[in-house]
Structures are given as structure tokens and as C-alpha cells.
Design a protein around this ligand. Structure first.
Ligand code: ADP
Ligand code: MG
Length: 242
């Protein structure tokens, strides 16, 4: 069974139709990168998957749960999905460790001891074991984003959604975050990644999806979509970003 299955997804904001019939799947352990111009609907697509936006029509399934079922337990769906945004959204008044444990204790009802252990394991995983007593403001942007990834991982998600996780970073900090994501991919995490990092998409993605104006224009093997796109719209976009 696919981890994510999106069928004929439409989303409008008032008169503006932002997603105009999206169909795609992400299989278990697959890494899919979504590329496309600003305003093409990439964030809206990710936000529909964990119901931060309510789709206008169409169906979304995550694992065996129909996310678009009106009776769905939204919190249960969100617990299975880790989300990492462009802005790190860490709690500024909490230490790194506490940032990683608060939802584990409050949402998953883990004991402090278990939450601390999971948090430390995940801080080590992102290379920040020594930062557990730091506050977010004491870290670089790249370190903050790695903490945000560790926080999402601490909830034990079935899949991870990334929305331009390196776009807010100074160029010299991008590599550390991408390295963590590459490692996660290597460990078999299912990942849907909106990114402008074409070299990451080329090296790490199993599949690349190009979106423009609310539709998927083309998708396929990264070397093909990025290296030899079929559609003029894809070529125009790639000329601008490469
Ligand atoms: P991308 O992530 O590809 O840049 P978005 O999904 O953020 O694109 O946005 C797609 C379009 O939807 C844009 O025109 C944006 O202005 C519009 N949009 C996104 N969110 C909202 C919202 N909450 N209300 C109204 N319009 C929105
Ligand atoms: Mg976006």
C-alpha cells in the first residue's frame, strides 16, 4: 500500500483555484521531491496532506487512513506525519531538549524519561547531541532546522514532509541540513520534499514532480526530469533555478 495517495485533489481559496486536479503517490521508503515556481501550489499540497488546509475536493490517503474522510481523527493523522517548514518554529523560551520532549509528553503521553531518551537519540541522529541545554537563539539557522527535524522525528512519524527546509538558511548552512535529510533517506524514511535544491533532488530523490499553476506538469526519474525535461514549462523553470 502507498504511504500517500492523492487523487484528483482540488483546493480553492475563494475564487482562486490553487490545486487543479493533483494525482500522485508516494510509496513506502520513497523520497519524492516537488519542484516548481513560487505560487504553483507546492505548500498548499503539503498542507492538504496533513489537513492544515481543507481540500475543496478529491481524496487523500495516508497509510490506511482516508485523510479526507469527514470523520477522520485529524490528530491521529498528524501524529503519523512529521512536518518541517522553512521557518523552524522552535519554542524560543524552551531548551533544545524540551523542544523535543514537550509534544512527546503531552500528545503521545510518554514519560519524561522515555521522552528524554528518544529526544537524545534524535539529537544524536542530527549531529547535535551536545546542544540539548542550548536555547534556539544560541544556535545557527542550520542547527535550528536540524533541531526541528529531530523534533519531528521524536514523534516517530511514518513519513516526513519538508517544505523548503533550507530556503531560509545562509548558503553555508544549507549543506548540514541536506546531509541530515540525505541520511534519513538512506535509513528508509518516506519523504516528500519541496525544494529548490536541484542537486539534492538529483542525488537523493527516487522521483521528481514538477508542479506549475496547480497541476503536475511532469514527474519521473530525477535525471530525466531535471536533466532532460519533456515539457517547455519545466525547461523554463529549470533555466531560472539551475
Ligand atoms: P508555492 O508553495 O508553490 O509557492 P503556495 O501553495 O504557497 O505555492 O500558494 C499557491 C497560491 O495559493 C498562491 O497564489 C498563494 O498566494 C495562494 N494561497 C496560499 N495560501 C493561501 C491562503 N491561505 N489564502 C489565500 N490564498 C492562498
Ligand atoms: Mg511554498
Amino acid at each position: 500500500m502507498s504511504t500517500i495517495e492523492v487523487s484528483d485533489l482540488h483546493k480553492s481559496f475563494g475564487d482562486l483555484e490553487v490545486l487543479r486536479g493533483i494525482d500522485f503517490r508516494v510509496e513506502p521508503t520513497e523520497v519524492v521531491c516537488v519542484i516548481g515556481p513560487s505560487g504553483s501550489g507546492k505548500s498548499t499540497l503539503l498542507r492538504c496532506i496533513n489537513l492544515l488546509e481543507q481540500p475543496t475536493s478529491g481524496t487523500i490517503r495516508v497509510g490506511d487512513v482516508e485523510v479526507t474522510d469527514p470523520d477522520v481523527d485529524i490528530d491521529a493523522v498528524r501524529r503519523r506525519i512529521g512536518m518541517v517548514f522553512q521557518a523552524f518554529n522552535l519554542f524560543p523560551h524552551l531548551t533544545v531538549l524540551r523542544n523535543l520532549t514537550i509534544a512527546q509528553q503531552r500528545v503521545l503521553r510518554r514519560s519524561k524519561k522515555d521522552a528524554d531518551r528518544v529526544a537524545r537519540d534524535n539529537l544524536a541522529r542530527v549531529g547535535l547531541a551536545e546542544k540539548e541545554t542550548s536555547y534556539p537563539a544560541q544556535l545557527s539557522g542550520g542547527q535550528q532546522q536540524r533541531v526541528a527535524i529531530a523534533r519531528a522525528l521524536s514523534m516517530g512519524p511514518d513519513l516526513m514532509l519538508f517544505d523548503e527546509p533550507t530556503s531560509a538558511l545562509d548558503p553555508e548552512l544549507v549543506g548540514d541540513v541536506l546531509a541530515v535529510m540525505r541520511k534519513l533517506a538512506g535509513e528508509g524514511m518516506t519523504m516528500l520534499v519541496v525544494t529548490h535544491e536541484m542537486s539534492f533532488a538529483r542525488e537523493v530523490a527516487d522521483r521528481v514532480v514538477f508542479m506549475d499553476d496547480g497541476v503536475i506538469v511532469e514527474e519521473g526519474d530525477p535525471a530525466q526530469v531535471i536533466g532532460n525535461p519533456r515539457h517547455e514549462r519545466t525547461r523554463t523553470f529549470l533555466r531560472r533555478v539551475l
